[in-house]
Design a protein around this ligand. Structure first.
Ligand code: PBE
Length: 268
């Protein structure tokens, strides 16, 4: 069947996010892998610019392909679908994992234990993301989630003692999902008496800050695929505290109204 020539309408451009993101690297690999994407490019910008472009395209019912991921508020806001990826370039379901610097367990055992016990679900993260998207500050959205989820929070702090102003520095990237998780864990630690700094960095610098001990930890490691190359580079210099969320996913995302289901349906 003759498909719409969406490529021409989109200038053969996939709307990407930050250049350092794993989903951007995977999208570039998809361009190399699929004949249907030959001649296409992944335009990099920021997660915020991608979300704005997606919203504008949907408002005008125009075609758009974005580098997408779950958990994300955009699935609650719009009717969207992942394009099938028969070559498996984007990998399967992923975990979001927590990484700590080596030495943290000995030096700040209570902070280490909270990071280690932090674990929640896609719906939780999306709830916080959506509230931020609808105008709440990240701190406010995190505090609201915490007061509505006391049981979860007490399972993260279980067995720990309150502290008196111990400093903790967490690093993250300004991706909506990581803004949500990092603010929630930061607010929980503040309630336990920590003085918490959260510092947004690019992806590579986030990993190296924990690996070289400049930062205490992060809750933003997407594995095995999305941050596979960062894990390969830094994995043996940091401590892997396991999953804080299961069932994450990345891929190319389009509005439902587009008449295309698979990356293979696109046209060079
Ligand atoms: N993301 C959100 C990140 C991981 C978390 C999918 C944009 C990335 O692609 O690296």
């Amino acid at each position: 069947t003759e498909e719409m020539n969406y490529g021409e309408e989109m200038g053969y451009e996939i709307t990407g996010i930050e250049a350092g993101a794993g989903v951007v690297a995977a999208s570039q690999e998809a361009v190399e892998t699929y004949d249907s994407l030959s001649g296409w490019e992944v335009a990099t910008s920021s997660s915020g610019a991608m979300a704005t472009a997606l919203g504008e395209a949907i408002e005008n019912e125009e075609p758009i392909i974005v580098t997408g991921w779950t958990p994300h508020w955009k699935f609650a806001e719009y009717d969207l679908k992942y394009l099938e990826d028969p070559e498996g370039v984007f990998g399967d379901a992923e975990q979001i994992k927590t990484m700590a610097r080596s030495g943290l367990e000995d030096e700040k055992p209570n902070a280490y234990m909270i990071l280690d016990q932090f674990m929640w679900e896609t719906a939780d993260m999306e709830e916080v993301m959506l509230e931020i998207q609808n105008g709440a500050s990240p701190e406010e959205a995190a505090q609201n989630w915490i007061s509505n989820n006391e049981d979860a929070v007490s399972s993260w702090t279980e067995g720990t003692e309150e502290v008196d102003g111990t400093e903790v520095e967490l690093v993250y990237v300004n991706w909506d999902s990581e803004i949500a998780s990092t603010n929630v864990i930061a607010e929980v630690m503040k309630e336990q008496g920590f003085e918490v700094t959260i510092t947004p960095l690019d992806n590579g610098p986030m990993w190296s800050a924990v690996a070289n001990g400049e930062a205490d930890g992060m809750v933003a490691a997407w594995l095995p695929a999305t941050h596979g190359s960062q894990y390969e580079q830094y994995g043996d210099q940091l401590e892997d505290l396991g999953a804080n969320l299961e069932g994450a996913k990345v891929g190319l995302v389009v509005p439902e109204y587009m008449d295309v289901d698979s990356i293979e349906d696109l046209q060079p």
